[in-house]
Every structure is written in structure tokens, then in C-alpha cells.
Design a protein around this ligand. Sequence first.
Ligand SMILES: *[C@@H]1O[C@H](CO)[C@@H](O)[C@H](O)[C@H]1NC(C)=O
Ligand SMILES: *[C@@H]1O[C@H](CO)[C@@H](O)[C@H](O)[C@H]1NC(C)=O
Ligand SMILES: *[C@@H]1O[C@H](CO)[C@@H](O)[C@H](O)[C@H]1NC(C)=O
Ligand SMILES: *[C@@H]1O[C@H](CO)[C@@H](O)[C@H](O)[C@H]1NC(C)=O
Ligand SMILES: *[C@@H]1O[C@H](CO)[C@@H](O)[C@H](O)[C@H]1NC(C)=O
Ligand SMILES: *[C@@H]1O[C@H](CO)[C@@H](O)[C@H](O)[C@H]1NC(C)=O
Ligand SMILES: *[C@@H]1O[C@H](CO)[C@@H](O)[C@H](O)[C@H]1NC(C)=O
Length: 925
Amino acid sequence: ASVMAMGSLSVCFILKLLFFLLQITPSLAYSLKNCTLDYQETPYDDIYLNCASRKLMTVPDDIPKDAVSVKLPNNQIKNINKEDFCGMSKLTYLDLSENLISYVDIGSFIDLILLKTLKMGQNNLTSLTGNMFQGLSNLTMLDLNENNIQFIHASAFQFLTSLQMLDLGYNMLQKVFDIQPILQLTQIQRLDLRYNQFPSFETKDLMLNISSLKELSISGNNLERFSITTPAFPYLKKLEFSTLGRHFSLKWDIPDETLLRNITHLYIDHPVFSFKEFQNILQSLDSLRHLRLNYLNKVLKKGLLSTLIELNLTETHINALPKGSLQLMKNLNSLNVKSNSLTKVPNDIKNLTFLEILTMDYNLISELTCEDFVNTTRLTELSLNTNRITKLDKCVFGNLTNLKRLDLSNNLLLKFGDTFQTALQKLEVLNLNYNSVIILEKGDFQNLKSLKTLNVASNSVGRVKSKTFQGLNSLKDLTVSLPLDYEPYFRGLHLLENLIIYLNTDGTLKLTQPSGYEAYTNIKSLKSFTVICSGYHYGLPLDVPNQLLQYMKHLELFKAVNVYIHAPVVDTFKYNSQLKTLTLANTDLSELNPELFLSIPNLQSLDLSESNIKSLDFLLQANLNALRYLKLTDNEINVINETVFQFLPSLTYLDLSNNQFSCECSNAGFVQWIKNNKQTQVVNAHQYECSFPLDRRGTFLLDFDVQSCWNDGSFFYFISSTCLVVLTLLTSFIYHFLRWQLAYTFHLFLAFVYDSRRRKKGDPHQFDAFVSYNVHDEDWVYREMLPVLEGEQGWRLCLHHRDFQPGKPIMENITDAIYGSRKTICVISRHYLQSEWCSREIQMASFRLFDEQKDVLILLFLEDIPSRHLSPYYRMRKLVKKRTYLSWPQAAQHPGVFWQNVQRALQTGDALTEETDLLTGPAGP
Ligand SMILES: *[C@@H]1O[C@H](CO)[C@@H](O)[C@H](O)[C@H]1NC(C)=O
Ligand SMILES: *[C@@H]1O[C@H](CO)[C@@H](O)[C@H](O)[C@H]1NC(C)=O
Ligand SMILES: *[C@@H]1O[C@H](CO)[C@@H](O)[C@H](O)[C@H]1NC(C)=O
Ligand SMILES: *[C@@H]1O[C@H](CO)[C@@H](O)[C@H](O)[C@H]1NC(C)=O
Ligand SMILES: *[C@@H]1O[C@H](CO)[C@@H](O)[C@H](O)[C@H]1NC(C)=O
Ligand SMILES: *[C@@H]1O[C@H](CO)[C@@H](O)[C@H](O)[C@H]1NC(C)=O
Ligand SMILES: *[C@@H]1O[C@H](CO)[C@@H](O)[C@H](O)[C@H]1NC(C)=O
């Protein structure tokens, strides 16, 4: 296994290396093939990737490596490979649920050191292998529910040192011993083992001292025994049981009550325990405060549970609570009887004076009486949503002076009347959504001084009288349905921030004109304004939004769906310069004037979907410099000139789904831009289909071969001029920084050419040595050197003053001299090094030395030159470092030995030997 782990490591390493070498910044792959980057309201760099429900068979290969969150649920992924999440060291959230995963490569998660949540529920895993979760040291939540897990390797969880929550529900686990390593994790708090195959859960089967577990959920059709006989779970607070199969058969075996003395929550789905057993349990759990049952046990009828503060009877299939069942629960604080068949409010509620939260949603209650809540004066939340209430008397809520939230949505109320003109002084949230009220009357809500949120939207509202909202001085959020002829009246709503209006167009259009707009000059504080019109209409008779907009100086969001028939007039947003988010959907914007946007330069998000837009040209003059989000789905756009995006410098998110793209050269630039731009994500671009030309219909826009478009002249000119510019830049760059290297290379080249020509001719050497020296050193050459070498030793030397052919170019003379001689003697002094020509001579000779493998160079130093002074003459320095040389100043006492050494150097052949110490000079300067 470790060999395989190594393998996975190296694959990953190689990939990383490749990215590094090629300088690929994976995060900049903006138009992803199968995913979208979720739009972030506030601009920061964290990448939230969404690839849900796309029929993916593998993890896409273009996931940005620095994503923080990746969602891949509801696909058809079968395997997780080690490359899939390689290098994703910033990932904190990964959702792989609802796939077909049956195999996970060893080391697949090894790089995910910051991962906190991993969801792999609803897959096809059968076992958890030893190294599967290697690397997940920061993981706190792991969801593996609804797999087929039968086997857990003993070390599967060893890497999960931070794990707090683990869901293994709906699997095929059989042995409690398999989960022992989980219970030993130091941070573990919640473990879900619902619906597995355990026959029992017994601490005697576990070799466990103390577990930090706080919540345990266990059930299964085979479960027969729950036994805690050791103090292994001192922190356990919440226990949840259920079984679908055998009822009343689970044995509870906890001989010592103190072992579970900290249990406060007991949740029981289905009748797991027999009546007697359940009675014992309740008696032994002294600390129990929260009970959830979804069947009604006899125990409850006897009212044994006076300590409870929360009772949850959701989906208990009851149509009435037996009289007396709740009476004794004097401390009850929260009661939930949601989703049952109650036809009236249980009588016992009257005894629950401490009740604060009462939930009776989804029942069949048709009437509320004045008695129902008369004694529950502490109620703060009352929820009756989705019942059959038709009318409400004023007295019903008369005593609820502490009520803060009241939900009566989805009932059959015909009018509100004086219902709310009561004591609801503290009411903050009132939901009356979806009732059957036809007329909203003046003063319906006038006493609700604390109300912050009111929802009275409904299809049935046919008339809204003026002054309906009078008195709602604290209101911040209002959602209301208005008929088309409503004369908007929002006087007094000084604090209103969020207004949502549904305009009902059914029935006949009443074309009454409003009498004046003074009535809503007060809604100055509005930040968000939404108008949604349902149904077909011929334009709004009263231009509602426009008249309102002029007062909304602080408006940040405006959304109008199916409101305008044509593009709004250009000064619509004249007074809304703070606008950040604008939606004008389901409108005919084919004649959109860009001036509309000039007054809203701070716009960040623009949605113009379903609006007959044919061209993006309006963006050229719209001055939308701050725009980051642009949605233009379901329009009629064929061709986009990519230059338009230069006018949207902040754009990061662009959605053009469901347009009618033309897959012709007119879109070639746009296609290139989608693929190459590094800033703007074109959402789902790989799924955009061609509508034109007809023979390309059904193919994909991004598959269109744009190269074929580049073959015309203009593109050629473009490319050639680009090349020219690049070449010029390159040349000047090279000239500026590299001219010496360049000149040198040129001479090397010359030397090479010359040498091969000469080799072809097979010229014999004219001279034994060419002496390269500087004029300043001529004296020494003629006085000291010539007499010995030519006179005493009889070598034929070539000296440029003496032997160069007059009239020949100097460079050619030098080359001739070097190649016409067996050796080159360089007489090196400071002057020599400074002389340009001389250094080139050396270079050419050293070319012969190194590149032709011929030993031709003899270095005679006339002066002591420290090696650091040689550094500008890098080739020379290299030579000096590599070879021995002859130094005149150091040999001055014994010139005889010096000249003997020169003679030996001149005698050696051309072949480069290992024994370079033929030149025996003093060791390095
Ligand atoms: C992603 O999209 C491309 C093109 O749309 C498709 O060919 C491929 O199968 C998809 N899946 C993955 C995993 O990339
Ligand atoms: C899940 O795995 C089982 C075997 O472990 C296999 O028989 C079944 O076909 C798999 N299901 C899917 C949807 O791949
Ligand atoms: C967990 O994440 C933190 C940063 O949040 C990091 O510093 C630490 O190294 C991680 N721990 C491990 C064990 O990887
Ligand atoms: C259990 O509850 C008791 C009080 O009932 C408390 O003193 C004790 O600290 C709790 N133990 C743990 C481990 O929470
Ligand atoms: C009550 O129980 C149901 C399931 O029986 C659950 O969905 C709901 O969240 C619970 N409500 C509370 C307030 O605990
Ligand atoms: C309700 O309260 C009244 C006094 O306000 C009291 O007389 C009555 O008995 C109480 N009813 C119940 C059911 O507790
Ligand atoms: C509950 O209220 C009823 C009156 O509605 C009263 O007769 C009864 O004694 C009360 N029960 C308890 C336990 O207080």
C-alpha cells in the first residue's frame, strides 16, 4: 500500500512540477467546461465551484486548483482518482454526494489539508480502506450516509484527527467493533449509525475507556439491544432511536442510571420500545428535557413528563391530543405538533403557561376560538401555516402581548378585519401570504407598532385601499400584492428598506390615473425595490415604478420582471445613483438606449434576461465600469463583438445561456475571447449551441473552428505586424542586454566557417605559433621573446606587425593567423585584456580549444593579475581556472626554466590530453 501511496504522491508531484514549469495558473481557467464559478456578491478571490447535476462521469479536469469550495452532487461519477483533487490545498468544502462512487484511489485526498467538510452520501462505497482519508487532518464533518459500506479498515479513520461529525447512516455495517476507532477519535461529537445491520450496541463489545461522543443516533431492523454497562460515554447528551421493522422489541440495558445521567435529548422515531420499557427509560433519564416522538405512547397520556421543556410530536399521525396528555408539563417551553391531522388547538395548551414556541403547521385546523390562547401569555412564536382557518376574531390573539412572530400563511382567511387591532404590541413578523383576502382595508394593521416584516402577498387581492399600511412605523420589509390600478400609498413607512410588489393583472384593466404622488414621498429609506407582474398586460397604466423611483435616493437594488413593455425611458434612474443591482427581465429591450445607465455608474450586477436583446452594442456607451455580473440569458443575441468587453473592465461573471449564436467568423473573436480571457467567466459557455447557419445547428459554439477564419488577409496583416513588433522589441532587447554575447557568437560562427573551409582545403600550418599581444607589450615581445623562441629554439612565429598581409581586413588577418598556426601564444597584460581585438583573438583560439578539442592556446602572463580582475573576461577566467599557464613575473629569477616550459608547450601536439600539466606554471594567481 505504501508503494502505491508513493505512486500517487509522485503523480501529483509531477503534475505540480508541470504546472510550475509551464507557469500555468490553473485558477485562471475561467470558462470551465462543466462547472460554474458561483458569483460572489463581494469581490474577493475565493473560488466557489458549482458542478452539480451535470451528468458528469468523472471529476472535471479543469477544476481550479485553488478553489475553496467544490460542489459535485447529483452526477454519475464512479471513481475518485488521485489526480482529481491533487494540489487543492485551499479546499475547505467538497460535496460528492449523489454519485455512483464505488472506488477511491489511495491518496486521493492527500493534499486537502484544509478540508473541513466532505460529503460522500448517497454513493456506492462498500468499504472504507486504510488510507482512503489520508491527508484530511482538518476534516470536521464527514457524511457517508446511504452507501453500501460493510467493511471499515481499522486504520481508516486514523488521519481524521479533527473529526467531529460522522454520518454512517443507511449502510450495511454489522459489527459494532468496526466503529470503535471512530469512538476513540479525540474530537468526535456526533455519530450517526441509523439503519445499519447491527444486532446490538453494547459497550461490553467495545474496548473503550472514554469517548467524547455527545450525540448518537442508532437504529436498524436487526437492532435488539442497547446496552451501556461501562462509563464509556460520560458526555452523551442526545440519543436517537428508530426502527422500521420490528416494533417494541428493543431492549434497553442500562443498569446504572448515572452512566447516562447527562442525557437531555431523546428522539424516538417509530415505536421502538415497548410501553413498559419506555416508562422505565423515562424514569431513568433524570436530565431529559427534550423529547421527540413520532408515535403517541400511552406514557404520554399519563402525563409523566413534567420535566420536559421541549416536546416534538411532528408527524405522529394524530387527529387529537388526548385530554390531559400535556397538562402536567408545566415547564414546557416548546411544543411542535406539525404535520398531523388536528382539527382544533389542543385543549391542554391552556395549562401550558410557560409555553413560548407553538408550532401547528400542516394540520386541519379551521377555527381559532377566543379560549385557545387565553392562558399561554408567554408565547413568542405561533405558527399555524397551512391550515384551513377562514376567520379570526379580535379576541383570539388578545392575550398574546409577548408574541413576536405569527405565521398564518396559506390559510383561507377572507378578511383581516380587526384581528390585528389588538394587543400584539411586540409583534415583529407577520406572515399572511397566500390567503383569500380580496380587499385590504384602511387600518388593517394600524396597531402593529413593532412590526418589522409583513407579507400580505396573494393572488386574490383585488383591492388595496389607501391608508392600508397606516401606522406601521417600524416596518422594514413589506411584501404585498397590488392590483394594477392601485394608487400607491406608503405614507408613514419611514423605515421601509425592502419592498416587494406583486402586480396582479388578472381581471379587467382599470385605467384610472393616480391623483398625485405626494402619497409615497416618504419611502426614502428604501434600499431594495422589487416589482413582479404576473400575466399579460399592455403596459402599466400608471407607470408605478418610475414615479416611485424618483423618491428612492438610497435604492441599491431594483428588480422589475414583466413590468415594462418597452425599454424604460432614459431618465428612469436619474435619482438612483446608488443602484448596485438591477434586473429588468421579461421586457422588450430591443430598443435599449445606453443612456439609461449613465446615471447609475455604481452598478455591479445587471440582469436583462428574457428581453429580446439582439446586440450588446448598448454596452459601448453605457459606462458600466463597476459591473461585475451580467446576465443576458434567453435573448436573441447572434453575434458578439468581443471589443465590447473592453467597456466592462470589472466584469467577472457573464451568463449568455439560451441565445441564438451564429457559428460563423463574425463570432470568431468572441469565441477566442471566451477561451482566452483571464478575467471573465462565461457561464456554461461550453454548452452554448449554434443556431446559425442552419447546417451547424445543434453543434457547440466553442467547437466552432475559428482558425479557418484567420486565413483571410486582415488576419495575416495582423499577425505579420504583431510579429514585426515583437521582433523589433526582441532585437532592441538583445542589442541592449546581450550585444557582447552576440558579437562573440558571431565570431565563433566565423571561426567555425573559416575552420571548416580550411579543413576542406587541408592547408598545412604556416607557423608554429601566432603571438597575440598588445602594442604596449611589443617591447617585451621583441626584446625577450623573439630572441629565445625564434633565435634559440627555432620556432616560426607569426607577429601581426611583421606578418600580417597589408590591405586584408584585420579580422580576416587574425583568423588566418590563428588557423595558419599550430598554437596561439597570448601575451597577457592588463593592456592586452583591455584591447578588444586581443580578446577576440583569445576567444577564437579558445573556440578551437574547446569546440574542436584542439590544444592550441598558450597563456603567458606578463603581470600578476588577480583572478577577480579577470571576471569581465569570462572566457579567459574559465581558461585560467581550467588550465595551468605561465607567469613571467614569478619566473623572472629563472628565465631559462620559463622558456623551457614554453618550448615544451609548443612541442605538444594538437590533441587535447588529460595531462594538461605539461604547462607547468605556478598554481593559480
Ligand atoms: C465536460 O464537458 C465536455 C464538453 O462539454 C464533455 O465532453 C465532457 O464529457 C464533460 N465531462 C467532463 C468530466 O469533463
Ligand atoms: C453498486 O455496487 C454494487 C456492487 O458493489 C453493484 O452491483 C451495483 O451495480 C452498483 N450500483 C451502481 C449504480 O453502480
Ligand atoms: C489545519 O488548518 C490550519 C489552517 O486553518 C493549518 O494551519 C493547519 O496546518 C491544518 N492542520 C493540519 C493538521 O493540517
Ligand atoms: C453531567 O451533568 C452533571 C449535572 O447533571 C454535570 O455536573 C457534569 O459536569 C456533566 N458531565 C459532563 C461530562 O458533561
Ligand atoms: C421535530 O421533529 C422533526 C422530525 O420528527 C424534525 O424534522 C424537526 O426538526 C423537529 N423540530 C424541532 C424543533 O426539533
Ligand atoms: C387561565 O387563566 C385564568 C386566569 O387568568 C384562570 O382563571 C384559568 O383557570 C386559567 N386556565 C387554565 C386552563 O389554566
Ligand atoms: C388544566 O386546566 C383545566 C381547566 O381548563 C383545569 O381544570 C385543570 O385542573 C388544569 N390542570 C392542571 C394540571 O393544572
